[in-house]
Design a protein. Structure first.
Length: 253
């Protein structure tokens, strides 16, 4: 069976969205802020976008809804999430399989330059030295004036006590939802995927790619990301969105 033949991709997208929203109740707001940055940054129509570590295509789908003629490339390594993305997007975006841990990942892209590079809740899996290099690699993919936006868990180091309380409250609400069966946890979602006959072979492939799971999450404060963007040569760097302990940082080439 073709591993990219996914039954009811819209249902899998909805399932993924609900599972992610348990962690990120304001997920749609952060993505809207990212797309606002695209709209404000470029006079080029249609915009040329790169969805970095794009998973199931969450950002790509919303970008295409807002910019119907956008030229979008989605890159990721996870075979399960890419299968759902491919089934959902069909031919509306270019989909590339690449490992962001490898410096050669950018050579696999079908285009050389983009108006914007967007990523959300993904780069925390990379170690700090690799993330620093990736920021510089992304800069090289942007046209002059292009924008890179990374939204992730980025606490404000000026509010350590409040951030800890906010995170604890969010965790309590999330656990209550899991207990009540209102939403699947991360682990339960993957167990659900593994039970699907179409996706199960891709889960096995995924486990070979990540034999020990992802690396431990590394979530430095937003100030670290802003320094890293400036050190990578971005002419401007700053926050474009914050919600609790999460934020979106942007860099302009």
């Amino acid at each position: 069976m073709d591993p990219y033949v996914v039954t009811a991709p819209s249902a899998w997208q909805e399932s993924w969205d609900r599972q992610q929203e348990a962690y990120l109740p304001d997920r749609e707001q952060r993505i809207a802020a990212m797309l606002d940055a695209v709209a404000a940054d470029t006079d080029r129509r249609p915009p040329r976008l790169l969805d970095l570590a794009g998973g199931t295509g969450t950002i790509t789908l919303r970008a295409l809804a807002r910019f119907p003629d956008a030229e979008v490339t989605l890159v990721d390594q996870d075979p399960v999430l890419l299968a759902i993305a491919a089934a959902s997007l069909v031919d509306r975006a270019a989909i590339v399989t690449a490992d962001l841990n490898e410096p050669e990942w950018a050579a696999t892209l079908p285009r050389e330059h983009f108006d914007a590079v967007l990523t959300a809740t993904a780069l925390h899996w990379l170690p700090p030295n690799r993330l620093t290099l990736l920021y510089a690699e992304v800069r090289e993919l942007l046209r002059p004036g292009g924008v890179f936006v990374n939204a992730d868990h980025m606490p404000d180091d000026g509010l350590p006590t409040l951030t800890k309380r906010l995170s604890a409250d969010a965790e309590a609400r999330r656990q209550a939802r899991y207990t009540a069966g209102a939403v699947l946890s991360w682990r339960a979602w993957w167990d659900h995927v593994a039970a699907d006959p179409t996706l199960a072979p891709l889960v096995e492939r995924r486990e070979r790619i990540y034999p020990d799971g992802h690396a431990a999450e590394w979530t430095p404060p937003a100030s670290w990301h802003l320094r890293a963007l400036r050190d990578a040569g971005y002419t401007e760097a700053g926050l474009i969105w914050r919600g609790g302990a999460d934020a979106a940082v942007a860099g302009v080439r």
